[in-house]
Ligand binder design. Structure first.
Ligand SMILES: Nc1ncnc2c1ncn2[C@@H]1O[C@H](COP(=O)(O)OP(=O)(O)OP(=O)(O)O)[C@@H](O)[C@H]1O
Length: 378
């Protein structure tokens, strides 16, 4: 591992009696990997990042980079400027009185003039902005300014780059373009990076590995596919993607265990829990919007309660006759009216179950995290 966080805890002075802001978090990044920390506001993402930068001491655990202990709970704290870590923070503005070129040169002032000029040129070309070298920051758009902040952070050739919501003040389209650009720039420069965001689309676009944090703890550290299809905890299932929980019962069937749900029996050769996994086999089953397929010939019928147009598809909120609610992505040429009953079936590759917390007549507990568009179920 190039970067290793080993059971780190961060505790703020005065808040000693309360829970630590970061609690026993462990994660690792290989050289050149991009890690992303995602989670709701206040979960400790920034505190974890700041501890890697050396801006917060550790209350416990240790941070090791390239074999060197940078921080530890027993007093090691290498100064931020000695870590060779680059930072692009949300509030890390460009110096307004310096030209773009001089902003980029800021961290390499010690280099001989020619070498410095060549490096500035190289960095500006890397971010596609060589033509603005002599402009002032206020003459650039927000997206361009963030690209320059990135060039400035990369100029001293840092061993690690830390980014804390660098695109949060930009509009959605620009954010997703910049996230893709950033990924390709980091890959071209073989930069190892740790990125903090609360936007899961940004996390998916950028991260080789993504960590979901809640209340100071890291719930799961995995690639995006595994987070989505194999969430380790109910919180991760809730936080990533669109879906609902419906009550299910695991039963022994002739071909192996199946989970009986209001949308039929779900089987999976690998991974379906055994009937003994839960008391009386009763559990909650995660059904993602893409697990529910619209099929006119299907026996199960559901009533459309809401629909949201997404271009190529609708996100339908459906109600089963048994009371449970479901979400379904349906190609947008299937344009049904609210109140209409449509046929559906479940096509589930990975059956994800958790301890039962739904109650018999409350129906599904909604989980959804396109946080901007959270499905609020009545
Ligand atoms: N300097 C500080 N002093 C005391 N408590 C702090 C300080 N900075 C953060 N905290 C607390 O630590 C916890 C974690 O905060 P942190 O900023 O790391 O979360 P976050 O996940 O980055 O949130 P956001 O997405 O809102 O930036 C919060 O409860 C916060 O109030």
């Amino acid at each position: 591992m190039f970067l290793q966080l080993d059971q780190i805890s961060v505790r703020y002075p005065g808040a000693a009696a309360l829970k630590p802001a970061v609690q026993s978090v462990s994660l690792g990044l290989q050289p050149g990997q991009i890690g992303v920390l995602i989670g709701p506001s206040g979960c400790g993402k920034t505190s974890a990042l700041r501890s890697v930068a050396g801006l917060e001491p550790l209350a416990a655990g240790r941070i090791v980079m390239d074999g060197q202990v940078l921080s530890s709970g027993d007093g090691v704290l290498v100064a931020p400027e000695q870590r060779r870590i680059g930072m692009v923070f949300q509030d890390y503005a460009l110096f307004p009185h310096l030209s773009i070129a001089r902003n980029v040169a800021f961290g390499i002032r010690h280099l001989p003039r020619d070498e410095r000029a060549a490096r500035v040129q190289e960095m500006l070309e890397l971010v596609g902005l060589a033509h603005v070298a002599e402009r002032a920051p206020h003459q650039l758009s927000g997206g361009q300014q963030q690209r320059i902040a990135l060039a400035r952070a990369l100029a001293p050739n840092p061993r690690l780059l830390l980014l804390d919501e660098p695109f949060s003040s930009l509009d959605v389209d620009l954010r997703s373009r910049l996230a893709q650009d950033l990924r390709s720039i980091l890959q071209r420069t073989h930069t190892t990076a740790l990125f903090v965001t609360h936007d899961q689309m940004e996390a998916f676009a950028l991260g080789d590995v993504i960590g979901v944090m809640q209340a100071g703890q890291l719930e799961q550290w995995d690639d995006a596919y595994t987070l989505y299809h194999r969430p380790a905890t109910r919180f991760v299932a809730d936080f990533i993607g669109h879906g609902v929980f419906v009550p299910g019962t695991i039963i022994a069937a002739p071909g192996g265990p199946v989970v009986r749900t209001p949308v039929g029996d779900l089987a999976e050769t690998a991974g379906c829990p055994l009937p003994g996994a839960y008391a009386r086999g009763e559990c909650d089953v995660l059904l993602r919007a893409d697990d529910i397929v619209h099929d006119d010939a299907a026996r199960t019928r559901a009533c459309i309660e809401r629909k949201a147009f997404r271009g190529s598809e609708f996100l339908y909120t459906l109600r089963l006759p048994t009371g449970e609610q479901l979400l379904a992505h349906v190609p947008s040429h299937h344009d049904h009216a609210v109140g209409e009953w449509i046929g559906i079936r479940a096509e589930v590759d990975h059956v994800v179950t958790f301890e039962r917390t739904t109650t018999a007549n409350s129906g599904a507990v909604a989980v959804s995290n396109d946080r901007n568009e959270r499905a609020t179920l009545p």
